[in-house]
Design a protein around this ligand. Structure first.
Ligand code: PMP
Length: 357
């Protein structure tokens, strides 16, 4: 059976070019960047180059890029190491932000969102102050709405609050401007390996160390660097930037049109939506059953969020005002670099049978 993977927001197939680079830094160039000899220094040079390439894409300084084990860790560092105990998070954050805020904040403030998932910026302006950290994700991982983080960053600057954004679903895909203080991203969402991510920390964030030890990552995150992961991350970003995303956007629109014709409700913003995301509800058709029925046909989609817990989808979808049956029938389809028109046609054909049959 042919497999059609349509769950790119959960994770992505790794580019063959990335696999090659990762292998090279495991088989041949396996030195420790902390070693004085040539093998170590070559590894140090390689990760410094990778850091520079990633910084160039972001528009920050290389020393502001901290490699982590992924975005969950980056989000934890951002929220836990700034010394700011009043934490404002949007109601639709990923659990790696939401749970950290709940467990860590001295005072937790939830920023409300409207029916399309846009945060109430007036609320941030009212609540944020010089003792607070504000965390608002750039693109929502479930329904794909793109937040105006440039505007939010400017409000935070005016109020002297620190601004963190979880850019996992937008990194390498949508520009995020430069008005954030802290930003998280992850390689496995852009065709890179799992277990490697970044926290971008601007100088003014003044973070305390996350781990103590040999002083790697500018003293913030000690521990031998994940050299193959870092090199794979930089290569994935390069590949991601080359892809024809307008083609994917056209396929997304074809899917949305087809789904609407079947009578489903599309959730999230229609115009400010990431080009690879479709999220829909079809009341009366339980999402798990739809996912499993499609899986039997080799078509892989999602009920909402991979990391999962139905709990996440519930609080996020509730926050944008979805009704119980809309939440329970919610399906997320996310496209990527391997997606072809025939995949979309096949999915629509099978969905027609499952939803209307
Ligand atoms: N934030 C968002 C928005 C995500 O979608 C994810 C991955 N599901 C994460 C954070 C966690 O990233 P990682 O898997 O690298 O820990």
């Amino acid at each position: 059976m042919k497999e059609v993977y349509l769950d790119y927001a959960a994770t992505t197939p790794v580019y063959p070019e990335v696999v090659k680079v990762v292998n090279r830094f495991m088989e041949k160039d396996y030195g420790n960047p902390g070693s004085l000899h040539d093998k170590g220094q070559q590894a140090l040079k390689a990760i410094s180059e990778a850091r520079k390439r990633i910084a160039l894409e972001i528009g920050c300084r290389p020393e502001e890029v901290i490699f982590t084990s992924g975005a969950t860790e980056a989000n934890n560092i951002a929220l836990r190491c700034s010394g700011r105990k009043k934490i404002l998070v949007s109601a639709i954050e990923h659990p790696s932000v939401m749970e950290t805020a709940k467990n860590w904040a001295g005072k937790l403030v939830i920023i409300p969102v409207d029916e399309n998932g846009f945060v109430d910026t007036g609320f941030i302006e009212k609540e944020a102050d010089e003792n607070s950290l504000v965390s608002v994700m750039h693109v929502n991982n479930i329904f794909g709405t793109i937040q105006d983080i440039d505007e939010i960053g400017k409000i935070c600057r005016k109020k002297k609050a620190l601004f963190h954004t979880d850019a996992v679903q937008s990194f390498g895909k949508v520009n995020f401007g430069n008005s954030f203080d802290l930003l998280s991203a992850s390689a496995h969402k852009i065709g890179g390996p799992k277990g490697i991510g970044i926290l971008v920390a601007k100088k003014n964030a003044k973070l305390d160390p996350w781990t103590y030890g040999g002083g790697q990552e500018f003293g913030l995150r000690s521990g031998t660097e994940n050299v193959p992961g870092i090199m794979g991350f930089a290569k994935a970003l390069e590949m991601q930037k080359k892809a024809d995303w307008r083609k994917i956007e056209r396929l997304r629109d074809k899917l949305i049109e087809g789904l609407e014709k079947l009578g489903s409700k599309i959730n999230g913003s229609k115009d400010k939506r990431i080009w690879n995301n479709i999220h829909f509800s079809f009341p009366g058709r339980e999402s798990e059953e739809t996912v499993l029925a499609l899986s039997l046909k080799g078509l892989y989609v999602s009920t909402g969020s991979a990391c999962d817990s139905k709990k996440t989808e519930e609080y996020v979808l509730k926050a944008i005002g979805l009704k119980k049956d809309e939440i329970e029938s919610g399906i997320r389809i996310t496209l990527g670099w391997k997606t072809k028109e025939e995949h979309v046609d096949l999915l629509l054909k099978e969905l027609r049978k499952i939803l209307l049959g």
